[in-house]
Design a binder for this molecule. Structure first.
Ligand SMILES: [Cu+2]
Length: 254
């Protein structure tokens, strides 16, 4: 089965892109509804895939730093489009399986958002709802951590805290599922996203644009892919007991 959805966006003066999802489902017949199968068993299913550009893909932006260059450096490479030279895979896409039943538990240890040389690390992460977040500052200068909910600016400020050089750590509980966009009010180039999850079936694409979501009950699901610029797409996927379904998100030129 091959299906596709298209959306069209444009940004950065680059004529982007229709984002097309091709789903390659297994050919054998489903073995039951699967609703009675416990996740994590040998008969659990998985969804694997890749998000990738064709031969033409955006290069890393080079952003001039205008403040605190002694610590921050003269320029930064943007992280909105981090694309592999090998397979043109797109990093930092958050892939979520909607409608899958499963308990989610906040980790015992806090998750972190680091600020080093005026850059957030990681640029994109996905964490369970209820996680405690530690925001670290070892730069020896002032940052101002300003988080917006759902990426909407400037209306939905979640928190807005100055972090002077002596304040090495700010702690914040992430108790609402959704997309948090972090900006620094001191350094315009600083940007990061934390996607707070209320179900346990998610992954963030790696340097090759790849993801893997294991331990699913067999069944039909919506798979949602979110990228900070390309937006959100959904697709129905059927996974079978003990098998993987592959989803390839091909980003096509206009
Ligand atoms: Cu800053």
């Amino acid at each position: 089965m091959v299906s596709e959805i298209r959306i069209v966006k444009s940004m950065l003066g680059v004529s982007l892109a229709a984002l097309t999802i091709f789903l390659f489902a297994g050919t054998s017949k489903p073995s039951g509804t699967g609703s009675e199968l416990a996740a994590g068993r040998a008969d659990a299913a998985s969804i694997v895939g890749v998000v990738k550009f064709p031969d033409d893909y955006p290069e890393r932006e080079k952003i001039t730093v205008t403040k605190d260059q002694a610590t921050c450096g003269a320029f930064k490479y943007g992280e909105r489009f981090v694309v592999s030279d090998i397979n043109h895979g797109l990093k930092n896409v958050v892939v979520t399986v909607q409608g899958a039943r499963g308990k989610i538990k906040a980790p015992d240890a806090p998750v972190t958002l680091d600020q080093t040389k005026c850059q957030y690390t990681p640029h994109v992460q996905a964490v369970p709802v209820g996680s405690d977040l530690n925001i670290l500052n070892n730069d020896g200068l002032l940052h101002n951590v300003h988080a917006y909910f759902d990426g909407t600016e400037p209306k939905n400020t979640v928190f807005n805290k100055a972090q002077p050089k002596f304040l090495k750590k700010i702690s914040q509980k992430l108790d609402k599922a959704g997309v948090y966009h972090f900006k620094c009010d001191v350094h315009d180039h600083m940007s990061a996203y934390i996607v707070v999850m209320d179900n346990p079936y998610y992954a963030v694409t790696n340097e090759m644009g790849e993801f893997s979501i294991p331990k699913l009950r067999p069944g039909s699901y919506k798979v949602q892919a979110w990228h900070e610029i390309l937006g959100t797409l959904e697709r129905e996927v059927t996974v079978e007991a003990g098998k993987s379904s592959e989803v390839v998100f091909d980003i096509l030129p206009n």
